[in-house]
Design a protein around this ligand. Structure first.
Ligand SMILES: Cc1ncc(COP(=O)(O)O)c(C=O)c1O
Length: 379
């Protein structure tokens, strides 16, 4: 099965046929413990379910192929995945991370990570001069990127950052949740680790919280991150791994549809006189458009934001007026979501107060456009 494209491998859930009954869909393995052979060895390679478990392994194999990595770890959430990687860094550790990124992780890096001996500098990671100035060779262990990044969908040039990171002895980790392996495979751009909030597009149905780390090499950083997952018991549960595997089977179809629909929504609202700006990497007006064209293939993602004329009040009223879009946090599911982002990110966020974040699902694009147009008129 390894000779086929990642798309085929994922669509067939890794192509495994269950040996006893011939199941096309692999069963969920719930056992927490595994038999030791009379020669005292574990012939199947799994001992106990906190370090490793069969259903998780199957889902990891699919994601590993999608990302083109050497090894993948699944964890209980996107936050668990990212923080496991940060905690696995050699100390003393300095991290360079984007100013504009998933707010929960930014908050953890600034407020909590120092307690674990991790120091972070936030920069505009789209500005290579700023990234270079923030790196201290010998002390900076990791440059963290999120591309496109929440909630303005700013782009970072993974290959260019990897070049300067590697010259300084640092690794590059990429939160590729929004791009998905359908649109960007960061390891092909020389990233060392790819992280996903698998809660989002990889699962795709808003019914699993999960996270992943895929490593370019099965190296010391991989070993330390595996040890963090094992020791704090952060592995994904078998039910969640099963659902994630089911979600990944349709990943390519969903993401391609969502990216095309988001492009259509962006182009339409760029011309709406109640909208001050549309932030979407697929629009030539977006500051990251050129990098996106080089780095993303097959579309610019399913996420965009609009800035509503009339400020925060008009933005919140617009969100209140929608009927088809659902007012909720999160992203990447089959249902379209709208969110006044500053309300959730709080006062320390760089998110503009007039910004509505849109996660485009798989509904009729005409319904989505008509609903948002009505909501803007009534705001
Ligand atoms: C880009 C991005 N990274 C990380 C996370 C954290 O993922 P989780 O909620 O699965 O911990 C999120 C969640 O919204 C996200 O959007």
């Amino acid at each position: 099965m390894k000779s086929v494209s990642p798309e085929t491998f994922a669509a067939q859930g890794g192509g495994l046929i269950e040996p006893q009954w011939g199941d096309i869909v692999p069963p969920i393995h719930l056992s927490t413990t595994f038999e030791r052979a009379p020669d005292n060895a574990y012939p199947k390679g799994i001992v106990y379910a906190r370090p490793d478990t069969p259903t998780v392994r199957m889902a990891e194999a699919v994601l590993n192929t999608l990302e083109g990595g050497a090894a993948t770890l699944l964890l209980g959430s996107g936050m668990a995945a990212a923080t496991a990687l940060f905690l696995a860094l050699e100390r003393p550790a300095h991290i360079v991370a984007p100013k504009v990124m998933y707010w929960g992780l930014r908050r953890w890096l600034i407020e909590t990570a120092p307690q674990y001996g991790l120091e972070t500098t936030l920069v505009d990671t789209g500005d290579l001069t700023a990234v270079k100035a923030a790196v201290t060779p010998g002390r900076t262990r990791l440059i963290w990127l999120e591309t496109p990044s929440n909630p303005t969908w700013a782009l970072s040039d993974i290959a260019a950052v990897a070049k300067l990171a590697h010259a300084a002895g640092a690794a590059v980790g990429v939160d590729s949740t929004v791009a998905t392996p359908v649109l960007t495979r960061p390891i092909e751009h020389n990233a060392d680790v790819v992280m996903h909030a698998a809660t989002k597009y990889l699962n795709g149905h808003s019914d699993v919280v999960a996270g992943s780390l895929t490593f370019k090499a099965k190296d010391a950083l991989f070993d330390r991150a595996s040890a963090v997952r094992r020791d704090i018991g952060a592995i994904l549960g078998p039910f969640e791994a099963f659902l994630l595997m089911r979600g990944m089977r349709t990943l390519h179809v969903r993401v391609r549809h969502q990216a095309a629909a988001a492009q259509a929504v962006a182009e339409r609202f760029a011309k709406n006189d109640r909208v001050a700006a549309v932030l979407y990497p697929g629009l030539p007006s977006h500051p990251g458009h050129d990098i996106a064209r080089r780095q993303m293939t097959g579309g610019f993602g399913g996420m965009l934001s609009i800035r509503v004329k009339g400020g925060e009040t008009a933005a919140i009223r617009t969100a209140a007026n929608v009927k088809v879009w659902k007012r909720a946090t999160s992203l990447g599911g089959v249902e379209s979501l709208i969110e006044h982002r500053a309300s959730i990110e709080g006062p320390t966020s760089p998110c503009p107060p007039d910004l509505l974040r849109l996660s485009v699902g798989v509904e009729s694009v005409a319904d989505l456009i008509a609903d948002l147009e009505r909501a803007l008129v009534a705001n």
